[in-house]
Design a protein around this ligand. Structure first.
Ligand SMILES: [Zn+2]
Length: 181
């Protein structure tokens, strides 16, 4: 961020405001503090008859790689609404959410993934605008080497390990490394 979005002043200072514990971008002209916080990414492990729905990305980053349908949560929506919307947008599919399955912190890009377990309402899906290809994969045929994100690898590994697990799975980008298949 180079300019103050409130008054247009530049440059912004990076310093700790009085009474705060973190450095912030502060406008020395209008005194606005520009807080920056993690972004929430919502999506789902969408199942149909023991197969999982994956989308091949038509956009960067990781264009051409497969991922669970997921994307940034919007203002004025809930986690569940965001997950349902992302599946609608990326795969043109209607789902029923079962439960929250995975929370994955990606520290270096300040994102938190919330991935739900869900089922397709019917086996109908197609490519959304950000998707090159949409496909149901048998769990033993998941293209592990071509998955776009560690968050997806972790969530799918946990699901395969214990499909009936009740607890939410937590991990983060520092402690999780891709285990061999
Ligand atoms: Zn300003």
């Amino acid at each position: 961020m180079k300019f103050c979005s409130n008054c247009g002043h530049s440059p912004l200072s990076f310093r700790c405001p009085e009474g705060d514990n973190f450095k912030r971008l502060i406008c020395d002209n209008c005194q606005m503090i520009h807080y920056q916080n993690p972004k929430i990414v919502c999506g789902a492990i969408v199942l149909w008859e023991n197969k999982v729905l994956l989308c091949r990305r038509a956009i960067e980053p990781r264009i051409g790689k497969w991922n669970l349908p997921a994307g940034y949560m919007e203002n004025n929506e809930t986690l569940k609404q965001a997950a349902e919307r992302e599946v609608r947008e990326e795969a043109n599919a209607q789902i029923t959410l079962q439960k929250l399955h995975t929370v994955f912190n990606i520290l270096h890009v300040n994102q938190v993934y919330f991935l739900f377990l869900a089922t397709l309402d019917e086996p109908v899906f197609s490519n959304g605008i950000e998707t090159l290809e949409t496909r149901l994969f048998d769990l033993k045929d998941i293209p592990w080497d071509d998955l776009a994100f560690h968050s997806n690898v972790f969530a799918l590994q946990q699901y395969i390990k214990n499909p009936k697990a009740i607890d939410v799975h937590h991990a983060d980008s520092l402690s999780f490394t891709r285990a061999p298949k």
